[in-house]
Design a protein around this ligand. Structure first.
Ligand SMILES: Cc1cc2nc3c(=O)[nH]c(=O)nc-3n(C[C@H](O)[C@H](O)[C@H](O)COP(=O)(O)OP(=O)(O)OC[C@H]3O[C@@H](n4cnc5c(N)ncnc54)[C@H](O)[C@@H]3O)c2cc1C
Length: 412
């Protein structure tokens, strides 16, 4: 076999991949991190939930993390049918607290990658891994493409941190589909141009209730605006099968958005939001370790997804270290890693639910301002917020919003 050899190759430089690479490079391991994206990929802002200072310290990013944390942005809640609207403003809380703040994912990923590099990991961007290299069932490296060239590299351990792509899970037949996540269809795209900027100038994030669902419009770094249309299955089917027809069926209901979309440049195809959880039948085996969403995918907008990926990566780094040292029976080490990863996944899945269960109305207002929650929590949340008059400064509009929210969610 041709190609240079490394101790560890990590596929994907997201939250999980950059964390594994950092921790192993800090131990003096020879680590290569391969990332398919060209530079900083634009991301919607996310919510920091479950980030641990101790881990951020280990990674050497604790001092800089404040630069990528912001107070949660205000969210405009709008009923397209009645024109009623109000703004959710969220108390940013204590500034020393890492939780519940808006996380600039583009900046955070760049910070984690840079920290991994400064610890000695080599990073190659524009490098898309296509397949593992196998020898007698063992993963011994990867084949990747960079600038039109196909390159083979060997490694003692390959860590798959490729997120939902689950590259090794697919290639090794480990990926097992689980439950469908939600009785809705969601399709998104990105747009650029003055019309979209004007639409989002007053409110960087709008949740617009439409017939049979809602639309989320959110500003992103790099002058992009993300538009996500979420419809109950019946409403979605009435617009047709294709992603485009579902998206346009929703957007056409809101005149101002329709006009802005028509005058803007679409910079991403119409893409479906993944609506099926999956897990891997094994999280580690001969020559490979899976981590982050490449190992378990439980919710497209999971609000603890970043911290879960990073905590899992800490476990994965420990496993790889022990495998490289040759300490312990590999099968026992794989089983121990998988068991600890499962405990982490279940705990992290439960934490946001416990928090919601124990929430006061003001905490629910914080939740309502979180763009992924309308997908993953009870559909009653928005109705309850609107109906209970919990929306600050909106007392005279809550009836209209509440009625619109009941209609929007009546199907699902
Ligand atoms: C709209 C939305 C909102 C969300 N909101 C939140 C939130 O508020 N809080 C939260 O904690 N989580 C949130 N999440 C979940 C969070 O984004 C994920 O759980 C987290 O990013 C998973 O980290 P990861 O490292 O496993 O994967 P990713 O961050 O997806 O990283 C995977 C990396 O691998 C690269 N890659 C993929 N395939 C290849 C390949 N073949 N070769 C080389 N590189 C490859 C990708 O380019 C990417 O950089 C949200 C997700 C979405 C979609």
């Amino acid at each position: 076999m041709s190609g240079k050899s490394h101790e560890v190759i990590v596929i994907g430089a997201g939250a999980a991949g950059a964390t594994v690479a950092n921790l192993l490079a800090a131990e003096g391991r020879d680590v290569l991190l391969l990332e398919r994206a060209h530079g900083e990929a634009p991301h919607l802002p996310e919510t920091s939930y479950g980030l641990r200072r101790e881990l951020l310290c280990r990674l050497g990013v604790e001092a800089q993390v404040e630069q990528v944390l912001e107070p949660p942005p205000p969210v405009r809640l709008l009923s397209v049918a009645t024109g009623a609207s109000c703004e959710l403003r969220v108390d940013p809380g204590r500034t020393e607290d890492l939780q519940g703040r808006s996380l600039n994912r583009t900046g955070f990923d760049a910070l984690l990658r840079e920290a991994a590099r400064s610890r000695g990991a080599a990073l190659r961007t524009c490098s898309e891994v296509r397949a593992p290299l196998l020898e007698e069932g063992r993963v011994v490296g990867v084949r990747y493409e960079s600038e039109g060239r196909a390159i083979k590299l060997q490694a003692r351990v390959v860590v798959d941190a490729s997120g939902k792509s689950a590259l090794l899970g697919h290639a090794l037949g480990l990926r097992q589909p689980l439950r469908k996540l939600d009785p809705r269809r969601a399709v998104f795209s990105h747009f650029q141009g003055a019309a979209m900027e004007a639409l989002t100038e007053a409110a960087p994030m709008t949740l617009a209730l439409i017939e049979g669902g809602y639309i989320l419009v959110a500003r992103m770094p790099g002058g992009r605006v993300s538009v996500v249309a979420v419809l109950g299955e019946r409403a979605a089917a009435s617009f047709g099968e294709s992603h485009e027809s579902v998206f346009l069926g929703a957007v056409l209901q809101w005149g101002a958005l329709r006009a802005a979309v028509e005058r803007s440049r679409q910079v991403l195809p119409f893409l479906p939001v993944m609506n099926q959880a999956f897990e891997s039948t094994r999280a580690a085996g001969e020559g490979y370790v899976l981590v982050g969403e490449a190992a378990f995918f439980c919710d497209p907008f999971f609000s603890g997804g970043v911290s879960l990926a990073m905590d899992g990566a800490e476990l994965a780094a420990g496993l790889v270290s022990r495998l490289l040292e040759g300490g312990g029976r590999p099968e026992s080490l794989y089983a121990e890693y998988e068991a600890r990863l499962r405990v982490l996944v279940r705990r992290r899945e439960q934490e946001p639910r416990d928090w919601l269960d124990a929430s006061s109305l003001s905490a629910l207002a914080v939740a309502g301002a979180d763009p992924h929650l309308p997908w993953s929590t009870s559909r009653l949340l928005l109705g309850a917020l609107a109906g209970a008059g919990a929306l600050p400064g909106a007392a005279n509009r809550t009836d209209a919003l509440s009625a619109a929210s009941r209609k929007a969610f009546s199907e699902v």
